[in-house]
Ligand binder design. Structure first.
Ligand SMILES: [Fe+2]
Length: 290
């Protein structure tokens, strides 16, 4: 299922400016998937299984406690408790992405298919330079909108600018049947929301595509590989291209350069990020010893 808006919270009812300022002031910790992001990408545990803010691990738990970050964010605590049922909630993170990019990937691909993981985002502020994408298109999340994000299909995010882009990421887990409205404490208190949100992107011709692949093949090697992946993955935010076209392009460029090492590396990157990965499998973009 593609990403969509499932509700809208009247965000002006909450004093979030000081909460966002606090969250922006917290120093980023290093994280498991850092290397798939570029720029300033931060995830802070606001609610989790232990109540310990340094615990960033997502796990199946029936506990979800506010951490010390939540305690500094009374507006966010009010917003969460007034709008969401906490029963199936596993974790809430505050996510910031500034002057940066998260390359196309799928999440949860290595987990059990019998359980439904339901991830929603709530944008805490507007940012006209920040975009999200999935297999259906590119869109922007506006303040107060509650978005379902299907982390099981390919998706990516970017903020081309320097301004804050803070939002909440809520992870719910359900066994068996459920309706997405089950996450809301009071569905009737939600505001009307947009049903069409994909932005219009510029066309990108086959000739353009061939030119980019040919040019890439001339500068592609193990020293430029990682930068080129980040560069190519930005194209789909601007031009009308599939979200994961960067992986196909880098493989084609490696084939044109006839560079076996890069062909292998690019195919394994695509497999790991968007096709299939094994439980606990790790991948390091710039590890050339495997
Ligand atoms: Fe993701």
């Amino acid at each position: 299922m593609a990403s969509k808006i499932i509700g809208k919270i009247n965000i002006s009812a909450y004093d979030l400016a000081s909460d966002v300022k606090y969250l922006n002031s917290v120093t980023k910790q290093s994280e498991e998937y850092d290397e798939f992001g570029q720029g300033y990408w931060k995830n802070l545990s606001v609610y989790n299984a232990s109540g310990d803010a340094s615990d960033t691990q997502y796990r199946n738990t029936d506990k979800c406690f506010p951490t010390e970050h939540a305690k500094q964010c009374p507006g966010i605590q009010d917003l969460v408790s007034q709008h969401f049922k906490l029963d199936n909630l596993k974790m809430i993170r505050a996510r910031s992405l500034v002057d940066g990019l998260v390359i196309p990937h799928r999440d949860f691909v290595e987990l059990d298919q019998a359980t439904t993981y339901f991830r929603v985002f709530v944008a805490l502020e507007n940012n006209d330079e920040a975009f999200h994408s999935d297999e259906r298109g590119v869109f922007q999340m506006m303040a107060g909108e509650v978005w379902f994000l299907d982390a099981g299909i390919s998706h990516a995010a970017v903020n081309f600018g320097l301004k804050s882009r803070m939002f909440l990421c809520l992870d719910f887990m359900y066994e068996g049947e459920f309706e997405y409205t089950d996450i809301f404490a009071a569905p009737s208190s939600l505001a009307p929301y947009r049903n069409s949100f994909h932005i219009k992107r510029e066309p990108f011709s086959d000739i353009n595509k061939k030119e980019v692949i040919a040019a890439t093949s001339k500068i592609l090697n193990r020293f430029t590989f990682k930068d080129i992946i980040f560069t190519l993955s930005k194209y789909h935010f601007i031009y009308d291209l599939p979200v994961s076209s960067c992986y196909d392009w880098i493989i084609s460029a490696a084939e044109q350069a006839n560079n076996g090492e890069i062909i292998k590396k690019a195919k394994s990157l695509r497999r790991y990020l968007i096709e299939k990965r094994d439980m606990g499998e790790r991948y390091t973009i710039n590890d050339w010893n495997v």
